[in-house]
Design a protein around this ligand. Sequence first.
Ligand code: BG6
Length: 496
Amino acid sequence: MSSCSLVIFGATGDLVRRLLLPALYNLAATDLLPARCTLVGVARERLSGEAFRRSLADALRLHLAGPPDQRVMRRLLGSVRYVIGDIDSPRTYGQLASALMSIEDHGEVSADRLFYLALPPMMFATVATHLAAFGLTAERERAGWRRVIVEKPFGVSVDSAHALNQELTDVLEPHQIYRIDHYLGKASVQNIQTLRFGNGIFEPLWSRDYVDNVQITVAETVTVERRGRFYDATGALRDMVPNHLFQLLAAVAMEPPARLDAASVHAAKTTLFDAVRPASANDPRHDIVRGQYRSGSVGDASIVAYRDTPDVDAASTTETYVALRLRVATPRWADVPFYLRTGKALSRARAEVAITFRRSPTMMFPDEQAQRLEANVLVLEVAPEEGVGLRLNAKSADPLRAVDSVDMRFDYRDYFDAFRAVGYEKLIHDCMVGDATLFQSAAMVEAAWRAVAPFVDAAGTEPSFYAAGTEGPPEADTLTKPDGRRWRPITEGDAR
Ligand code: BG6
């Protein structure tokens, strides 16, 4: 029987405990992990194998949606291994090689290996180079596959992303590299493509002829928490836009790929990113607003100002909120404004894509009714609710009122009795079966950085400020107002 080793670098980190491990548990619970799958943790902490296993079990108890099933826990954690070591030290890879040899019955079985680099990006190339030097990623005939998942952020600019692509492809074959963006693991994000291309009614409307504007929002109530060091050097634009927000943008705005396979989908997204421009061709300074939160309260929790966060510079100008106005220079989208925004410590957690359609000609309605007619809005809800909403105008049941706005909603929970997936399940599974469609290609990440570069260059140094628990800096309105549009409120209800 073949075996599969899942080697996780940065195994004691937060990402593994909060997200990867619960995802692996969910895969094990639904029989989607190979029968002989061994988890191998690599990290610096001096832990015994048993202590490592116990810490994973504790993390599962803490982070799973419900109490863990003992049988699944045993299956997932029963044969866990732990390698203590510095990622810079060749010794670590020697030890890893021995651990893999013993799992793989000294080369007697076909053994697949997935290396997951849950590490800061500056370590990706080091690890890949050592793995290759020790022969751990070589794909020999009948030896099984070797694949490497790298986390985001993939570079911080076009040049750094290009250099990282180069360093990785120096030691790995392109088909072995899986650049993850966990947004692509969310069913509601994958659903954008299904909704567009799997239904006859939407695609004919999906263009400048019918669409008035598109707004992509990823609003978070969380603060930067304990990630001050990483975040202060990164900011909201680099942390969220060329990856998560752009993946939402691509799903909505790309041209239909010839096939739903990796090569065609990657090409369609890359072409789309190449077509992204700041909306004001001459002066992109008018197309970006950066904000930073001051103290305030989100719900009942009082929030300290970003500048007072541990590991953040007390005079930091890093943005915790960013809003962009862009256009997609393709015949389909010419003139349609796309507004993107994301921020932390906002009034409400909400990730969505809202497509506002052009208004109907309302001249046959009396004036006071015509004023009540709203534009139709199709809302693709990504979080916390997952589903689709459509805002319509309808005849009110009130005899004295002619029209009112109503919402039609599809909620995932009403139809699919899925477990609460954390979003990494599908991606880990797809990597194991060799399907890279929901990952990012080298060209795609470089095109995304190229597309955000004019915004980065145009951004001033001083951010606008907003109180934690609000909708972000009021200056964000300067992006929509000149176009006669408005941001959708973050705080209010569904498709509104
Ligand atoms: C991460 C960012 O990639 O995505 C975080 O680094 C952000 O800053 C997170 O909070 C958001 O992911 P989700 O799935 O919670 O929306």
